[in-house]
Design a protein around this ligand. Structure first.
Ligand SMILES: Nc1nc2c(ncn2[C@@H]2O[C@H](COP(=O)(O)OP(=O)(O)OP(=O)(O)O)[C@@H](O)[C@H]2O)c(=O)[nH]1
Ligand SMILES: [Zn+2]
Length: 374
């Protein structure tokens, strides 16, 4: 490891001509983190990838480009990364847009590749500027039980400091998502790039807008996407709950800027003392994710993009972590409550038509319901 000449070559999954190195036993391999890289057209995604691949590091990083288009037009993606000289070919996902392809296809392609080429330490997947990262994230966020070689580490969104505001405020027809907003909403790390092109006032305006949409992502400012790799890789956004970020979003939730913005997508944080029962948890999930019976005061339905939480369950000494993306969720034990520490349930929700009071009420109902069982 660490020998750059030894970086595996990326090839298409059905590339039969290549000699196949001995198979690595799947069970023995630690799972490989995959980071999804999004950002509006021209924000700096490719600049970031090139920077990452050129940085000195000891990781074998595979880069996958999820381009639109089909057949030969995809070969053009080969041109990127020449200077870095760290990889030789791009993996092609043959039927074009990854999010439209069969769920398993992307995952299988990468797994086959690792079997042929030996394992990578890290995988970066660049989406096109117009992609909604939600469906792509759900493809890679798989149940541990499926025994995948990969796990989703997080979503990174690059923003153009000069044009982000314009892109984020662009009105779309009713029912159509603004991809730029969705990319910000789903980010675990927000890179506000091209700070050389704006003054302080503009930078503050972008920061305020972006943190209203997503109050629970780390945020960094860059020029040419130069960022410490430790801040970028191994975020563990889907298997850890970052309490510092939670506290921060709690403290900024009434911040002034928010109320002036006509922003349908935003972050709401709630915390209620008490515990939930399995059935009240089911109810909470059902109302928010599937049934969508909760609305804002104008009667518009809540639509959750992303949610995380730490939950106290009745009669359980372990703490549970809730993770949600799109309509998928996972509730898993992570460590134990300290004896005599107050039991609470806390959540960060990001999505459309969220209102603090409504979410507070819903959570209180669920926690009150549970206390009847205790
Ligand atoms: N002024 C300035 N230009 C930058 C910065 N970062 C990147 N650029 C330039 O912005 C342009 C777009 O950057 P890319 O990295 O290609 O952006 P992208 O997100 O990959 O673009 P698409 O793949 O087309 O969506 C390029 O000309 C970059 O050189 C920056 O910090 N400041
Ligand atoms: Zn690009």
């Amino acid at each position: 490891m660490g020998d750059e000449d030894d970086i595996p070559m990326l090839v298409g999954e059905d590339d039969e001509d290549e000699t196949i190195p001995e198979l690595v036993k799947v069970e023995d391999k630690p799972r490989v983190p995959l980071t999804i890289l999004t950002g509006y057209l021209g924000a700096g995604k490719t600049t970031l990838l090139n920077y990452i691949l050129k940085e000195q590091h000891n990781k074998k990083i595979a880069v996958i480009l999820n381009e639109f288009g089909e057949g030969s037009s995809m070969e053009k993606s080969l041109s990127i990364g020449h200077e870095g000289d760290l990889f030789e070919e791009w993996l092609e996902l043959r039927n074009g847009c990854l999010c439209c392809s069969v769920k398993d296809k992307g995952v299988k392609a990468i797994e086959n590749l690792m079997r042929k080429r030996g394992k990578f330490d890290y995988i970066l997947l660049e989406t096109t500027g117009l992609a909604d990262p939600g469906p792509i994230a759900s493809i890679f966020w798989m149940d541990r039980q499926l025994g995948s070689d990969l796990y989703l580490d997080g979503i990174i969104t690059v923003l153009d400091a000069k044009y982000a505001e314009k892109n984020l405020n662009e009105k779309k027809p009713e029912g159509v998502v603004n991809e730029a907003v969705k990319q910000v909403a789903l980010a675990d790390l927000l890179i506000i790039n091209k700070t050389d092109l704006v003054d302080e006032t503009q930078l503050k305006a972008v920061t305020d807008l972006v943190s209203t949409i997503n109050g629970s992502a780390h945020m960094v400012y860059t020029q040419r996407c130069r960022i410490d790799l430790n801040k970028l890789l191994d975020l563990h956004a889907y298997d850890k709950f970052d309490n510092d970020l939670f506290e921060r979003s709690l403290s900024t939730r009434f911040f002034d800027g928010a109320s002036h913005l006509d922003q349908r997508v935003q972050t709401v944080t709630v915390e209620v003392e008490g515990s939930m029962s399995p059935s009240s948890m089911d109810y909470f999930i059902d109302v928010l994710l599937w049934d969508r019976s909760l609305t804002n005061s104008a009667g518009e339905p809540v639509n959750i993009y992303r949610m995380k939480g730490i939950v106290s369950m009745i009669a359980e000494s372990q703490r549970f972590m809730l993770q949600v993306v799109q309509q998928l969720y996972e509730l898993e034990p992570i460590g134990y409550w300290e004896i005599d520490s107050p039991r609470t349930c806390k959540f960060v929700l990001i999505g459309e038509n969220l209102e603090q009071e409504k979410i507070d009420d819903l959570l209180r109902t669920c926690v009150t319901l549970s206390s009847e069982f205790s």
